[in-house]
Design a protein around this ligand. Structure first.
Ligand code: SF4
Length: 238
């Protein structure tokens, strides 16, 4: 099992999103990557990285079950910012999954489906890297409420960098609109959080942002962020 390397003594929690991205880039260089699933946080991070002039490889976590609007959003961001995405990590086709696991695995065992289509591909994709930028936010759900800005992931053997973790949804939208950044149009139809088609529904304004993910089940996370928070930067320097 990988062990956490030492972090430099930095006031990471006090850094702005831009400062944290600059710090991560100077610290990890070409060993730093950014994952995108083309929700609103991806729009913010792609724009911010571009504005800062940072060359950070982008990993697209495509489950082959995204909405058409999600792929269209990816294409608009690629065109606007001249992105060159890394080759997507290998994942079996949906048809092959039906053959191996039976039809509609997401209805019977969503944890296994997410493991096959998200966790395993991400494990492969992150192999060359020491640090991984993700767009999760503390106010998205109680399961993310205590997420630090920098966190060691035992599962992936990388530092997880969360530049937007202390942003709220309003701040995300303000940033997108002020900067006129392309965003996933499903957000305007009540899809405040967007994943795969079979497991995502719109939410009511009084529901949690991620209530439309695996609605009707007790599943809260797809597994890629379900890694137990083993240690965060603050604890490491306590
Ligand atoms: S979100 Fe649903 S369809 Fe997508 S990988 Fe997870 S269980 Fe499968």
């Amino acid at each position: 099992m990988a062990t956490a390397p030492p972090l430099p003594d930095q006031h990471l929690e006090e850094m702005s999103a831009e400062e944290l991205l600059r710090w991560a880039h100077s610290e990890y260089g070409e060993k730093l990557s950014l994952t995108c699933s083309w929700q609103k946080q991806s729009s913010v991070l792609v724009h911010m990285v571009s504005e800062l002039g940072l060359d950070i490889p982008i990993v697209e976590l495509d489950t082959h079950l995204f909405f058409r609007e999600t792929y269209d959003t990816r294409d608009r961001l690629v065109e606007r910012y001249g992105l060159s995405l890394l080759p997507p990590p290998p994942v079996i086709t949906v048809a092959e999954q039906h053959r191996r696991e039976g039809p509609n695995l997401w209805e019977r065992d969503p944890d296994r489906c997410c493991h096959i289509r998200k966790v395993e591909p991400l494990l492969e994709a992150l192999k060359p890297y020491d640090a991984w930028i993700s767009g999760i936010r503390r106010d998205q759900s109680p399961s993310r409420a205590t997420t630090p800005k920098v966190q060691w992931s035992e599962r992936y053997g990388v530092w997880k960098i969360h530049p937007l973790v202390d942003w709220d949804e309003q701040k995300v939208w303000l940033y997108i609109h002020v900067n006129e950044i392309p965003f996933n149009p499903l957000h305007e139809g009540g899809y405040r959080s967007i994943g795969c088609m079979p497991c995502t529904r719109p939410v009511n304004p009084d529901e949690e942002e991620r209530a439309g993910r695996w609605a009707g089940s007790d599943k809260l996370e797809c597994g890629i962020h379900g890694d137990t928070p083993i240690i965060d930067a603050k604890e490491r320097h306590a």
